[in-house]
Design a protein around this ligand. Structure first.
Ligand SMILES: C[S@@+](CC[C@H](N)C(=O)[O-])C[C@H]1O[C@@H](n2cnc3c(N)ncnc32)[C@H](O)[C@@H]1O
Length: 272
């Protein structure tokens, strides 16, 4: 029997709870642009149907489809993801693009809490002269980031480092031009209220920002000064409720909104 792209999509729309997930799975399997999913082209590779059935066996309603197909998109990059890392978000794409508009030709960058490596990989392409030190406290997350760094052949430019926020200062003497981070910033007592899609699947370590969601941000701001050039930029993704806490700290800062109109980014300098 001949199966067309459109048949496969219709089948997926019956099998998956969310129609967007159905599209995501079929698009990933066929590796075609979205508009082609609606055509009568034949699925001529039987492996695609086999892979479809295997994915379906692993599928649970309310699981993030990116973990099912082990793929997430971040700006122009297709990243491997699994349960060891947070799925990169649109808001973080904006963090990268806004930051890139504020800084010229950085040579050295620290990406704190790199997860899948999304921010580091995008910045490495935006700033071809830059080297990036990408830290994470989770060895599992660093294993995933390594897969993505290898995929984009950035081993010489992105150095993945296990660390509690910053690289180990005993081995680290150079100052950097940019510190960027999308740290965990959800207040600890709100984790249980998150949608099942997030709280049941994404790593707690990637979500939990402690009291007020501010513990890691506070430590980044307090310690960043030791690593940043005097004219360097600190770029953070934040929760809008953290604005006043950041304002109470000693540094010059400005805030920007995300495309939902929420204050989502803090850009700071230690010196005016
Ligand atoms: C919100 S996720 C962001 C992941 C990725 N940068 C992104 O934007 O998609 C936060 C990341 O910070 C890491 N993390 C949590 N606590 C940390 C710490 N104390 N030091 C370094 N990384 C930490 C988590 O393991 C997780 O990968």
């Amino acid at each position: 029997m001949t199966i067309t792209y459109r048949d496969l999509l219709k089948q997926a729309q019956r099998d998956f709870t969310n129609p967007k997930d159905a599209e995501y799975v079929v698009q990933t399997l066929l590796n075609k642009p979205r508009h082609e999913l609606f055509t009568f082209q034949k699925v001529d590779n039987p492996n695609i149907i086999n892979r479809y059935h295997k994915l379906l066996m692993r599928y649970q309603p309310n699981m993030p489809v990116q973990y099912l197909v082990n793929k997430a998109y971040f700006l122009d990059y297709e990243l491997y993801v699994d349960h060891r890392v947070m799925i990169p978000r649109f808001e973080t794409e904006e963090l990268v693009m806004k930051t890139a508009q504020k800084i010229r030709n950085p040579h050295l960058i620290i990406d704190i809490g790199t997860g899948s490596g999304a921010i580091a990989i995008a910045l490495a392409h935006l700033f071809p002269q830059a080297k990036i030190i990408a830290t994470d406290i989770s060895p599992d997350a660093l294993d995933v980031a390594q897969i993505n760094v290898d995929k984009y052949q950035l081993q010489n430019r992105i150095i993945l480092t296990l660390g509690d926020l910053f690289p180990n200062q005993n081995n680290w003497k150079q100052k950097v031009d940019l510190i960027i981070s999308n740290p965990p910033y959800i207040p600890e007592d709100e984790i249980k209220k998150l949608p099942p899609l997030v709280k049941n699947y994404e790593p707690l370590l990637a979500l939990n920002g402690g009291k007020n969601g501010f513990e890691l941000i506070q430590r980044i701001i307090e310690n960043g000064v030791k690593f940043l050039n005097p004219s360097g930029l600190l770029a953070l993704e934040i929760d809008p409720r953290q604005v006043e806490l950041i304002k109470s700290m000693k540094l010059s800062r400005e805030f920007e909104k995300d495309n939902q109109g929420m204050i989502r980014y803090a850009f700071a300098k230690y010196k005016n």
